[in-house]
Design a protein around this ligand. Structure first.
Ligand code: ADP
Ligand code: GLC
Length: 491
């Protein structure tokens, strides 16, 4: 099958979150199954042109009221040489830091234009290559125009008549909402403002349009597929998703086990596996030293890695006076090692807490290496998400024998099994309602097991580490979805 992926983020070229990991791993693993996969993304400022191969000539892309001239580059996807990544180079749109925005301008004012250029450009690249996919697979709001263009513009052209679209929601919380006046930036007929489902509360909603027009819709776990169809989890789009529920599927993400495998990981000071955990103790010591925590093998470390945004339950952990972390650190025999960036109040509060608590240490920033060290050296991993479409860190944690403490939501519910203290079964610790009290109690529960049920902890680690989180099974489900999209879309 010929598959074209369109995404604003692709590892290792540009990443703000798990979307980037998921897109490249999915594309790569589909290629291993024999599919012909290409990816289109913008060439952001930080992607060095000198490492890419230019395609001959310019590429004209219709967008806004006219046409933009772009240059196209390509490069193989690292680790998966059969996948070609095509970069749309346009200095004015993409020649800047930030995928969606910067700290001072979190959502670039011209994002409708930038991501319309991406969607139109993807189809123009197919024309230029004379390569026409069976499936266009668009990811998240920033590629929302792709299913719209296929359905309302391209499918009437003979070369795309047999192409179908799949649209994957990695996070329903980000919808691409812009003022109606920006609609002319999209380079499509005004009839489509209503006709393709852009209109919502008098504004443009990219995600809603993509969901309206796609032949099949997927999201990144079965539980999240259910939650987005409820009022509580639907971010206002639950009605539309219920109407389209016959084409909605939930497929859990896999893990890139070439990068995340404790027995081969080159970013950690010692490797280990479920039969020989000696290396994990070395990693724990290195983690304590690196973070400036007292070195003590007998105190459990709780790790946290991620974006410090409300989705991740940061208020219930870190909010001054309300959050649970001060009480946990002050009253329990534990250590916290944290890495993350995000909302300023949270970063500031973490620095405040560090000054008061010798058993809490954090790095405000982004580091692959330190995230591997936290996963490898911690005993537990805290992820109390408000909602979590899939979540990757809880799976990394399990594979590293670091038992996750999570809220039972979305992908967390699908990838962690709760501890049963009678039998010792489970791979982590779960709670239901997101409150500071529930986090405190569940961390306390995990610590109780750590100090008093050592055999259970060991069994849970072995079970967690032997889980199959590879992409193989997920890829097969995507192929089923692609076939169904072709069946539905091209009738
Ligand atoms: P989300 O996509 O909502 O941010 P995921 O758990 O799916 O959540 O993916 C987050 C990805 O980003 C993981 O690969 C995680 O390790 C990585 N990550 C997030 N913040 C940091 C950070 N500060 N340093 C290193 N890696 C990070
Ligand atoms: C999103 C979600 C996260 C998911 C990732 C990859 O960023 O927040 O839960 O794992 O996309 O699909």
């Amino acid at each position: 099958m010929k598959i074209l992926m369109v995404s604003a983020e692709v590892v290792p070229f540009a990443k703000t979150g798990g979307l980037a990991d998921a897109v490249s791993a999915l594309a790569g693993n589909l290629s291993l199954l024999g599919h012909d996969v290409k990816i289109v993304m913008p060439r952001y400022y930080k992607i060095d042109r000198r490492k890419l191969t230019p395609l001959e000539g310019p590429l004209g892309v219709p967008v806004g009221m006219g046409q933009e001239w772009t240059k196209v580059y390509k490069a193989p996807l690292p680790g998966f040489p059969k996948v070609e990544v095509y970069f749309i180079d346009h200095e004015q749109c993409y020649g800047r830091d930030g995928v969606y925005g910067t700290r001072s301008e979190p959502d670039f004012y011209d994002n409708p234009y930038r991501f319309s250029l991406l969607a139109h450009g993807a189809f123009q690249i197919c024309n230029k290559l004379q390569w026409f996919p069976d499936i266009v697979h668009a990811h998240d709001w920033s590629a929302g125009l792709v299913p719209v263009l296929l359905k309302h513009v391209c499918r009437s052209q003979p070369q795309f008549r047999h192409t179908a679209s799949v649209y994957t929601i990695h996070n329903l919380g980000y919808q691409g909402v812009y003022g109606k006046e920006k609609f002319s930036d999209l380079g499509i007929d005004w009839n489509l403002y209503y006709g393709a489902g852009f209109e919502r509360n008098g504004a443009i909603n990219f995600l809603q349009a993509g969901l309206t027009c796609a032949d099949m819709i997927t999201t990144v776990s079965p539980t999240y597929a259910h939650e987005i169809q409820t009022m509580e989890g639907g971010f206002g789009l639950d009605g539309l998703l219920r109407v389209r529920s016959d084409v909605v599927r939930g497929i859990v993400n896999g893990v890139d086990v070439a990068t995340w495998n404790p027995s081969t990981d080159t970013l950690i000071p010692a490797t280990f596996n479920s039969k020989n955990m000696a290396g994990k103790a070395i990693c724990k010591e290195a983690l304590q030293k690196e973070f400036g925590l007292p070195v003590n093998p007998n105190v459990p470390i709780i790790g946290m890695v991620g974006r410090l945004v409300s989705q991740k339950g940061i208020a219930e952990v870190f909010a001054p006076t309300y959050g649970s972390i001060y009480r946990m650190c002050a009253s329990m025999d534990l250590q916290f090692a944290i890495i993350g960036t995000g909302e300023k109040w949270c970063e500031d509060e973490i620095r405040n807490l560090e000054a008061k608590l010798p058993n809490l240490r954090a790095k405000i920033g982004y580091s692959e290496k330190l995230s591997h060290l936290i996963e490898a050296g911690s005993d537990f991993f805290l992820m109390p998400s408000q909602y979590e479409p899939c979540g990757l860190n809880q799976m990394y944690s399990e594979l590293y024998g670091t038992l996750p403490i999570v809220r039972r939501t979305g992908g967390l519910a699908d990838t962690v099994q709760n501890y049963n203290e009678l039998t010792g079964e489970g791979t982590g610790f779960m709670f239901d309602s997101l409150t500071p009290g529930a986090i405190y109690d569940t961390v306390g529960w995990a610590l109780y097991a750590y100090y008093n049920k050592k055999n259970h902890i060991r069994e849970m680690q072995t079970r967690a580490m032997s889980q199959d989180f590879t992409w193989e099974a997920s890829c097969k489900q995507y192929v089923d979805v692609y076939n169904e999209a072709i069946f539905r879309g091209c009738r």
